[in-house]
Design a protein around this ligand. Structure first.
Ligand code: BGC
Length: 372
């Protein structure tokens, strides 16, 4: 007995030490809310902070459903903010190239802002070189969403809802949109999109974070990208796909093996801003993987969608001062937007983007953070 008791004490102390050490590296998933400011008409908007058990922290506002910051560790465990954006809502309202926002009703371009549906011609806002881009003058990135906090089995999140009215930006039908952002304990930001309509309408929702895995310390040209696609869409001078699904083989668009963004970008007029035809048709699967050599940070993109727009921040031109006063020069961020193909309403050969009453639009996108 005399020897058993001290041994038991030593054993219990060791156990406590081990579990304390684990606890030091882990936090309880949490969600908190603060005021973020007012929109032009005085509507109050909020900023939610989601944190997972490993300390990954994502901030989301209900103005435009914008992800304003993502703190993720590098290979030494040092946290860095890996998305571009602003410190305050006023700057997002004033001038934002869709930093971190939700995009709809139609992400990407519709040629000349026109399409025919069931024999009727529709005219949309032409807000980009004579074409329709990202939902028009006031897309889903510029509206205030209703928000509800979520605590799911695998993480904490935010459910955002928006009723896009019949005729808004020229689109037919009332579209009831729900977007669930969930930060999981497996270090993923999971985005589930759903929508229903009362009239046939094109729908193509996406998310527009500009990632910079170096923590926005330099441009993204050194980042290595793999895209799970054998084909991509060449575009015309106004970034409308020509309709051809071209083989990536032998072109600067071949990312089937990881390549640095900057390696062949000089051979691509204007930089990368193209849709890739993802392999394996349907179901949730890996669309892309990006890694940044110095920090070791990695980003995996998974989706149920047929396409991925890879945009290398070509239009960032150094005129934007972002979070913490950082100047966002050309190629300072890259976007991986999971979606249907651009201009689908005018391209019968592309997978349809038309949602009809009684049907449900659904799309999942996962951004998974890691290190190597
Ligand atoms: C488009 C770019 C566009 C950018 C706007 C991207 O989704 O592909 O052409 O300039 O959004 O920030």
């Amino acid at each position: 007995m005399r020897t058993i008791v001290p041994a038991l004490i030593v054993f219990l102390c060791a156990l406590t030490f081990i579990s304390c050490k684990d606890a030091m590296n882990q936090t309880k998933p949490s969600i908190s809310k603060e005021t973020f400011g007012n929109t032009g008409d005085g509507t109050k908007v909020f900023l939610w902070t989601l944190k997972n058990k490993n300390g990954i922290t994502v901030k989301i506002t209900n103005y435009g459903g914008i992800v304003t910051s993502i703190l993720a560790p590098d290979r030494t465990g040092k946290m860095g903010d890996i998305v571009l954006g602003y410190d305050d809502v006023k700057s997002y309202i004033k001038n934002s190239p869709y930093f971190g926002s939700l995009i709809g009703r139609y992400g990407n371009r519709i040629a000349k802002g026109r399409f025919k549906l069931d024999g009727k011609e529709y005219k949309l806002a032409t807000n980009n070189n004579g074409n329709h881009l990202h939902g028009g003058n006031v897309g889903y990135d510029k509206v205030v969403w209703n928000a509800e906090e979520l605590r799911t089995g695998d993480g904490v999140g935010l459910r955002l809802k928006y009723l896009s009215k019949d005729g808004e930006e020229g689109f037919p039908g009332n579209l009831d949109v729900t977007v669930d952002y969930v930060l999981t304990d497996s270090d993923e930001l999971k985005i589930d999109y759903a929508a229903v309509t009362d009239k046939a309408t094109p729908v193509n929702l996406t998310h527009h974070s500009y990632f910079n895995l170096a923590g926005a310390k330099r441009d993204v040209l050194d980042h290595e990208v793999m895209i799970n696609a054998d084909k991509y869409m060449p575009v015309d001078a106004t970034v409308i796909p020509t309709g051809v699904l071209a083989a990536v083989e032998g072109t600067p668009f071949d990312f089937r093996e990881p390549r640095k963004i900057g390696e062949r970008i000089g051979k691509v007029e204007g930089g990368y801003d193209n849709n890739f035809v993802l392999r394996d048709g349907a179901g949730l699967r890996l669309a892309a993987k990006v890694s940044e050599p110095e920090s070791g940070r990695t980003l995996e993109v998974l989706t149920t969608e047929p396409g991925l727009q890879f945009y290398s921040g070509n239009f960032l031109d150094g005129t934007i001062k972002g979070k913490g006063g950082i100047i966002y020069s050309r190629h300072y961020g890259f976007c991986m937007e999971t979606q249907h193909f651009p201009d689908s309403p005018n391209r019968p050969a592309f997978p349809s983007t038309i949602l009809r009453p009684g049907e449900k639009y659904q799309h999942t996108c996962i951004y998974k953070f890691g290190v190597k």
